[in-house]
Design a binder for this molecule. Structure first.
Ligand SMILES: *Cc1c(COP(=O)(O)O)cnc(C)c1O
Length: 362
């Protein structure tokens, strides 16, 4: 057992996982209490009357290849959201342990911790340095109750990559002390290599990847948790037995084959061009105070008045993300890069707004 597993909850380490019906495709199934006939007009390849293969071998091999790792390092789940939840449940004792996050960041880390009854220690990103990771403060704030450190790169909702060398230095300094979870939901838009190859060097590194963004499969609900094989083995005893629905397995295999990968690559290039077009248009909009550069498929905007920007977008038939509930981004919105037509329509809708709200002296 690798030493980082000693951070996991003791009852999870000694858990005897549920024994699901054996996966023996050579035999006809009379061992899982399924119906022997399919529903009429049901169009899956495998048949929805059958339970799906748990951690399907072909899918796992495919994801390993897609992400440049080995099948033993891959756990597939219902989006990276499930990966986040599994980590928190397996590593944090309710009322005892904590996670660390670097706000402003993706909201699910905190929600998963709260559901589990785990604490949340916050070390904010450095806004004045383009929301850079404050690695020194992360180290200084660590204590032995903190089992997981969530780093999102590129970060949602600020859009910036975190410094790779700083992340790797944290992995080294926190060996045997904490699991460093790097959420790379948007890495395909960043034009840099994934941190996945570093899994070979750090037993306490976990990487989250998703098919929801670059592969246009948000509705399929599939993500991959990539980690040392012992972490994958531990979490595969915690994940629900038939986690991935048959339709999800079949759609993911289809939509990540060679031709779909080429399609995804081409569309990513279009999004990157449009990100630049949208950014340049939005910086010239009087109602927008600031647009941050982005390594993802969205832009963070600081607004003169968030409410009027949201309303103007809606009057153009578009909904953008209100970030006012986030104390660090109270005057900001987040915009996903859309089609060229949608982006142009958003800009037209915002251009009409005044530079200052009435009563605003500035
Ligand atoms: C969208 C997103 C995800 C993806 O979640 P899924 O459950 O895979 O759809 C994960 N992390 C971040 C930061 C995201 O923005």
């Amino acid at each position: 057992m690798i030493s980082i597993l000693q951070l996991a909850r003791p009852e999870i380490l000694t858990l005897r996982p549920y024994e699901h019906a054996a996966w023996e495709p050579a035999f006809e199934r009379m061992h899982a209490n399924e119906m022997p006939w399919r529903a009429s007009q049901e169009d899956s390849a495998a048949g929805l009357n059958r339970y799906p293969e748990p951690q399907p071998e072909e899918l796992i091999e495919h994801l390993a290849q897609l992400y440049g790792t080995s099948p033993e390092n891959v756990l597939a789940g219902r989006g990276s959201d499930e990966g986040i939840d599994l980590l928190v449940r397996a590593f944090c004792r309710a009322g005892e342990d904590s996670i660390m996050i670097c706000p402003p960041t993706f909201g699910m880390y905190k929600v998963s911790a709260r559901i589990q009854g785990a604490g949340v220690v916050e070390v904010p990103l450095l806004k004045e340095r383009g929301f850079a990771l404050d690695a020194e403060r992360v180290l200084a704030a660590w204590n032995e109750k903190i089992k997981l450190i969530f780093l999102c790169s590129p970060n949602n909702p600020t859009g910036n990559l975190l410094d790779r060398a700083a992340i790797e230095a944290l992995c080294t300094k926190l060996t045997d002390k904490a699991v460093v979870v790097v959420d790379e939901a948007y890495i395909e838009f960043a034009g840099v290599e994934s941190i996945v190859p570093a899994l070979a060097r750090f037993e306490n590194l976990v990487v989250l990847r998703t098919l929801s963004k670059a592969y246009a499969l948000a509705g399929a609900r599939c993500g991959a948790l990539l980690a040392h094989k012992d972490i994958v083995a531990l979490l595969s005893g915690v994940i629900t037995p038939y986690a991935l629905p048959t339709h999800t397995i079949e759609s993911v295999l289809l939509c990540t084959d060679a031709s779909h990968r080429a399609e995804a690559q081409a569309r990513i290039q279009t999004i990157l061009r449009e990100r630049e077009v949208l950014l340049n248009a939005l910086v010239a909009v009087p109602a927008v105070r600031r647009v941050w550069r982005s390594d993802a498929n969205f832009l963070l905007l600081q607004c003169v008045d968030v409410k009027s920007v949201l309303d103007a977008a809606m009057s153009g038939g578009l909904i953008i993300r209100d970030l006012r509930s986030n104390p660090l981004l109270a005057d900001c919105v987040r915009v996903s890069v859309g089609t060229p037509e949608q982006n142009a329509r958003l800009v037209r809708a915002l251009e009409r707004l005044p530079a200052a709200v009435s009563g605003d002296a500035a």
